[in-house]
Design a protein around this ligand. Structure first.
Ligand code: FAD
Length: 384
């Protein structure tokens, strides 16, 4: 994998790819296949047209005060990971964190200790590939848990259809709620605007140390800079989201056991708070995990959350679900490649919307296509 000058992490083809490897790539790439697959779990739960299958939704946070403070929002993902290690249900977690040698970039890690899990706390608003070490994880033939974005979980489940070791050894798939991943240029421009070069940066923390906390940049020579959450995200034109994320049919982790999000009205913080997560539990395995982690004190459950409240706190996810069928239809009509989508109710959701909404979504997608935002230069040998 290399980073292109446009800031995208992409595979660089270095030799000929055998036909059976191509077949595997095409079958497992979550960029072109989006499915709902929660492994063997068919035990109870309810279905919602927008929010999908789930057993329970709660407001929660990490039981440990320090972890709650330093993590992205309430620390539930790190707390669940720590609980799984401590209770010896898994031997390691496959996840990402800031790279030690290049702190503006992310690295994949197999965390074997609670300290390592805590070192991964904190969101990475840039390219991150937790499946980068999936072969290494499977080759260990030990029980493990996975933490990633919804698309990462889909990739994992798709691989599970070809490689039975996924079902055998990956005991839990935990996801964050995802409104779309920024390209690396978001981070590059952030430090450039401060007059810095990447080599000078010793720390880039996007959030945490409070909820939402501040973005903090430190340099090797001891300087420090901070930006508020609003300064980072108020201007939507500078989000630098991948175009593929704009047509993502699943930002809400429908294939995960547990999906963890922020919880602010309108998904916008109005100030600092003590740190909370919405936790959508999608499988009976996830239900048992949350109950056991709460019993052990790793996680604290504050209260139940209803679907209306979820929609009020994640309005962009609702809009995306309502519009994505139209967006894909617009691209398809222009003969552009679109992902194969399975089990996500997109047509049904769109048919409940005014036709004008789907038409506008289709037009918007075609406009982006005409602007060249769904195509990119080929990956070149000199990319790092
Ligand atoms: C690209 C992106 C978009 C997001 N969009 C939304 C949104 O629309 N709505 C919303 O409510 N919240 C969104 N979030 C925030 C996300 O919901 C929080 O990270 C989540 O609530 C976890 O909080 P926590 O305190 O439990 O996490 P922590 O305990 O801090 O743990 C975070 C975990 O996520 C992993 N992780 C961090 N960044 C990435 C990444 N880029 N790829 C894969 N794994 C990663 C880390 O390895 C760690 O295990 C987004 C996050 C990202 C990275």
């Amino acid at each position: 994998m290399v980073t292109t000058p446009e800031g995208r992490v992409r595979p660089l083809q270095k030799g000929e790819i055998a036909p059976d490897a191509w077949t595997q790539i095409l079958a497992t790439c979550p960029g072109i296949n989006v499915t709902v697959d929660r492994g063997e779990d068919h035990d109870g739960g309810v279905d919602d047209l927008i929010w999908g299958h789930h057993h329970r939704i709660v407001l929660a946070h990490a039981g440990d005060t320090d972890l709650r403070f330093r993590s992205t929002s309430g620390g539930v993902l790190s707390a669940l990971g720590s609980y799984l290690l401590r209770s010896r249900q898994v031997e390691f977690l496959l996840q990402v964190r800031a790279s030690a040698s290049e702190p503006m970039r992310s690295e994949t890690i197999l965390s074997r200790t609670v300290e390592e899990v805590i070192s991964c706390a904190g969101v990475r608003y840039g390219p991150a590939a937790p499946l980068g070490a999936i072969r290494e994880a499977l080759d260990r033939r030990l029980p493990f848990a996975f933490i990633g974005k919804p698309c990462d979980v889909v990739g994992l489940r798709l691989l599970g259809r070809l490689d039975p070791r996924v079902g055998q050894y990956c005991k839990f798939a935990l996801s964050l709620q995802c409104g779309g991943g920024p390209e690396f240029i978001k981070s590059r421009d952030l430090v450039r605007n401060l007059g810095l070069r990447e080599e000078e940066v010793s720390l880039l923390r996007y959030r945490g140390f409070g909820n939402p906390g501040r973005t903090r940049i430190e340099t090797h020579d001891g300087r420090a800079f901070e930006l508020t959450y609003q300064e980072m995200w108020d201007d939507q034109s500078k989000w630098c989201s991948h175009s593929r994320c704009r047509i993502c049919p699943d930002g809400i982790g429908e294939s995960a056991d547990v999906v963890v999000g922020d919880h602010w009205p309108g998904c916008e913080p109005s100030g600092e708070d003590a740190g909370f997560n919405s936790v959508m539990i999608r499988t009976s395995k996830g239900l048992q995990l949350m109950a056991a982690a709460a019993e052990a004190g790793d996680v604290r459950i504050a209260r139940e959350i209803g679907l209306d409240e979820m929609s009020l706190h994640q309005p962009h996810q609702v809009t995306k679900k309502e519009e994505v069928w139209g967006r894909l239809a617009g691209l398809r009509a222009a003969k552009h490649l679109v992902p194969d989508v399975e089990g996500l109710r997109l047509r049904e959701i769109a048919s409940g919307q005014p036709r004008s909404k789907s038409m506008a979504a289709a037009k918007g997608a075609r406009r982006r296509l005409r602007q060249g935002r769904f195509t990119e230069p080929p990956v070149r040998e000199e990319c790092k």
